[in-house]
Design a protein around this ligand. Structure first.
Ligand SMILES: NC(=O)c1ccc[n+]([C@@H]2O[C@H](COP(=O)([O-])OP(=O)(O)OC[C@H]3O[C@@H](n4cnc5c(N)ncnc54)[C@H](OP(=O)(O)O)[C@@H]3O)[C@@H](O)[C@H]2O)c1
Length: 287
């Protein structure tokens, strides 16, 4: 089968973690996968991993905070393959930890630029192509996109923002055939808590006689003690299923822990089908 006959999937943030697994699994399942990364060594390793798995990956550079580059990449992919059928927008992670008192305003902005505006740029750039193909949009937020958590203030803010953008969008683009799913993981074994991530954490405000625990240590202990860290491989298979499901949900928590965590607020509509229907009824008021 030539590239042009395959469904074309773009996955962002694929040089580690869930993105890497999603890209490799989708390629193995027969998608033409454009896998984006930004570290040349990790991109080379990903190409090697793909070859070792006997699959083809089109690995391309993308820094999602460079919005013109996002548009250029998407246009180039459309030119190469003629169509874009699905997108998994999931690059990002943790960059600032602490309470609002601790995180600097620049820290909040930094996190918003990546987890919110960066992913939003990807979504904006791919939508014309997904409308044309009646394709799939999958966006990863987090259980913390629905329920805030102590010391995850900036991260939760950015993921709430992304949830709001995608939830608002879903019913509008559903009218043109685009199926949207928001992925909401709990703890997953990825690089998100790897030492290199700690090295990138932004410095916090100095607080005289601070009563707060060190946020990275606290988060590490909390995650270890959940006893619920999910393997990335499981998420890869879940995403593959969502990509092919006829009637995918608006929301998908990847593990029972995540569903339980958001349930106090979301139990009436864990998979978002009710809110999607409500928004479809809302748009219909304008018909
Ligand atoms: N792991 C969890 O427990 C968990 C839970 C809930 C939600 N999530 C979400 O799941 C998604 C994937 O994270 P992960 O857990 O798989 O962590 P990960 O292994 O750290 O993967 C994140 C990927 O995003 C890339 N990235 C970060 N900032 C970027 C930028 N500005 N431009 C382009 N790429 C960028 C990273 O590239 P570099 O290698 O170059 O940094 C990396 O490849 C994230 O949105 C995260 O918030 C994770």
């Amino acid at each position: 089968m030539s590239h042009k006959d395959k469904k074309v999937l773009i996955v962002t943030g694929t040089t580690s973690g869930m993105g890497r697994v999603i890209a490799l699994d989708a390629a193995a399942a027969g998608y033409a996968v454009v896998a984006t990364g930004r570290d040349p060594e990790r991109m080379a390793q990903l190409r090697k991993d793909a070859a070792d798995h006997g699959v083809e990956l089109d690995v391309r550079f993308l820094e999602i905070t460079d919005h013109p580059a996002v548009y250029t990449l998407v246009a180039d992919v459309a030119k190469t393959y003629g169509h874009i059928d699905a997108v998994v927008s999931q690059a990002g992670g943790i960059y600032a930890l602490g309470t609002a008192e601790q995180i600097t305003m620049d820290g909040y902005r930094y996190v918003m630029e990546r987890n919110f505006f960066g992913n939003l740029a990807v979504i904006k750039a791919v939508l014309p192509h997904l409308r044309a193909s009646k394709g799939r949009l999958i966006v990863t937020t987090s259980a913390n996109g629905l329920v805030g958590a102590p010391y995850n203030d900036a991260y939760a803010s950015s993921k709430f923002a992304l949830e709001g953008a995608v939830e608002s969008l879903a019913a509008a683009v559903a009218r043109y055939g685009v199926k949207t799913t928001i992925i909401e993981p709990g703890p997953v074994a990825t690089d998100v808590m790897a030492p290199r991530r700690f090295e990138r954490l932004l410095p916090n405000e100095h607080i005289e006689n601070s009563p707060y625990p060190e946020p990275w240590d606290l988060l590490s202990r909390i995650i270890a003690n959940t006893g619920a860290v999910q393997p990335s491989e499981e998420v890869g298979q879940q995403v593959l299923h969502l990509l092919t499901q006829d009637n995918p949900p608006l929301r998908f928590q990847t593990a029972p822990w995540a569903s339980d965590f958001v349930a106090p607020k979301m139990s009436a509509d864990l998979d978002g089908r009710k809110v999607l229907a409500a928004n479809e009824a809302y748009i219909a008021l304008g018909d």
